[in-house]
Design a protein around this ligand. Structure first.
Ligand code: NDP
Ligand code: HSE
Length: 436
């Protein structure tokens, strides 16, 4: 059978990994896919570098439109990123009857509904395993391996850059800016690294996971997004003393009122496997009603780990290319006419536990006032840590871990605590999940 012809858009970090792995493992891949898969065309703005990388093995152009409209191309692999030109090219490829493979979570989390509808109408596939957790086959696990389950919740370390930053800062005492530069050098960070450090990239991925887990549309605009830039070294240290690690978690949870969709730094008990996921590694914990908790771990970013997922999609698309479109695995796991409209809950309705750090004047009665405010807000306390004031200082930190409560209760209590004359400055609040 004649080989499948692939058009590659963008031969940067992931694109070059995809090209190299496909070349290196072409025979194994052919045996799995049932026919050869070859990159016939590459489009990149830097044509010279693309020619060097591909060594004359395929046609190189600088106008990606030539690839998406080329009659010989069966599958377009979009590895440019962003939602500008990438969106136009993906929609044009679909309109031209091409299948699409992409690693572009930003594009799918914001324009997924339009893109999947266009693909459905045209009878082509848009595959996106690489868009969430790099090389970990989490999309396939959720969409196929766990399809017997009602998914209850997902909690994942799904941004390699921030996990790398948190790990290096804790273990090596390096500063934020130095580690971020290293993450950029290693190819983990997004073109705009604020997407990583402000939690946006993780929220793009959590949005995609929520759609597949619960059969709801992708709704990035409703996600609660908080990154790691406001985290202080003190909080990381105090959390450790209390038996917790702080991780940037993406959480999608089904509740009776709707869906919680949130990304924020989170305390996790240090004894949980996921709390020990370090560096650029990713891990996703999925809880299904039948299977219970399952954990998926691996490299969440980088050239060849991400290429592994891109090529798995190429193999999948190649296998199904001759199948009747209606019997293919649906893009978002559920049949398009079976999607439901569960509401995404506002953050005030979310239920979680809290780490509260309050800087107070060191005098009698302060602790009693704090606990009274929490009790009045029906917030029960799980643990308290009071630090000794530094020599010659009359202020200290009190750290309180709470049991679960609704965010609106926590907001009200924090507002009252901040009004106490003995409280100095803002209360630091970090959410806590036991993940049990
Ligand atoms: P890079 O910036 O390394 O690569 C993008 C490539 O696209 C560059 O070579 C760029 O050329 C080229 N490009 C930009 N505009 C055009 C255009 N109009 N036409 C053709 N080529 C163009 O990004 P990555 O490889 O890191 O990321 C690609 C995608 O994969 C993104 O969506 C990203 O979010 C996603 N992803 C990345 C991971 C990673 O570990 N890096 C992991 C998982 C997903 P030039 O350099 O000349 O501008
Ligand atoms: N910037 C992303 C990360 C790349 O650090 O996880 C992988 O999606």
């Amino acid at each position: 059978m004649k080989p499948i012809k692939v058009g590659l858009l963008g031969i940067g970090t992931v694109g070059s990994g995809t090209f190299n792995v496909l070349q290196r493992n072409q025979e194994e891949i052919r045996r799995r896919a049932g026919r050869g898969i070859e990159i016939a065309m590459v489009a990149d703005l830097n044509v010279e570098r693309a020619r060097e990388l591909t060594g004359g093995a395929c046609e190189v152009v600088n106008d990606a439109n030539l690839v998406v409209s080329h009659p010989e191309i069966d599958i377009v692999v979009e590895l440019i990123g962003g939602y500008g030109i990438a969106k136009d090219l993906v929609l044009k490829a679909i309109a031209n009857g091409k299948h699409v493979v992409t690693a572009n979570k930003a594009l799918l989390a914001t324009h997924g509904t339009e893109i999947f509808a266009a693909a459905q109408a045209k009878g082509v596939t848009v595959a996106f395993e690489a868009a969430v957790a790099g090389g970990i086959p989490i999309i396939k696990a959720l969409r196929e391996g766990l399809s017997a389950n009602r998914i209850e919740w997902i909690a994942g370390i799904i941004n390699g850059t921030t996990n790398f930053i948190l790990s290096e800062m804790r273990d090596k005492g390096l500063d934020f800016a130095t580690v971020l530069k290293e993450a950029q050098r290693l190819g983990y960070a997004e073109a705009d690294p604020t997407f990583d450090i402000e939690g946006v990239d993780a929220a793009h991925k959590a949005t995609i996971l929520s759609a597949i887990a619960f059969g709801i549309p992708v709704q990035f605009s409703k996600a609660h997004v908080e990154g790691i830039t406001k985290l202080q070294a003190n909080d990381i240290k105090y959390a450790e003393q209390l038996g917790y690690r702080i991780k940037l978690l993406g959480i999608a949870k089904r509740t009776s009122a709707g869906v919680e969709l949130r990304v924020h730094p989170t305390l996790i008990p240090a004894k949980r496997l996921i709390a020990n996921v370090e560096g650029a590694m990713n891990a996703v914990l999925v809880h299904g009603d039948a299977v219970g908790a399952t954990l998926y771990y691996g490299k969440g970013a980088g050239s060849e780990p991400t290429a592994s997922a891109v090529i798995a999609d190429l193999v999948d698309v190649t296998r199904t290319i001759t199948a009747d479109p209606s019997s293919r695995v649906p893009h978002l796991a559920f049949q398009p006419d079976e999607m439901v409209d569960l509401p995404i809950l506002p953050m005030s309705e979310v239920t979680t536990s809290y780490y509260l750090r309050v800087c107070v004047v060191d005098q009698p009665g302060v602790m009693a006032d704090l606990t009274r405010i929490l009790a009045d807000a029906t917030i029960s306390i799980d643990a308290v840590l009071q630090k000794e004031p530094n020599e010659g200082e009359n202020q200290t930190d009190i750290i309180i871990l709470t049991h679960e409560t609704q965010e609106k209760n926590a907001d009200a209590a924090i507002a009252k605590i901040e009004q106490m004359p003995t409280v100095l400055g803002k209360v630091t609040r970090i959410r806590l999940e036991n993940l049990s």
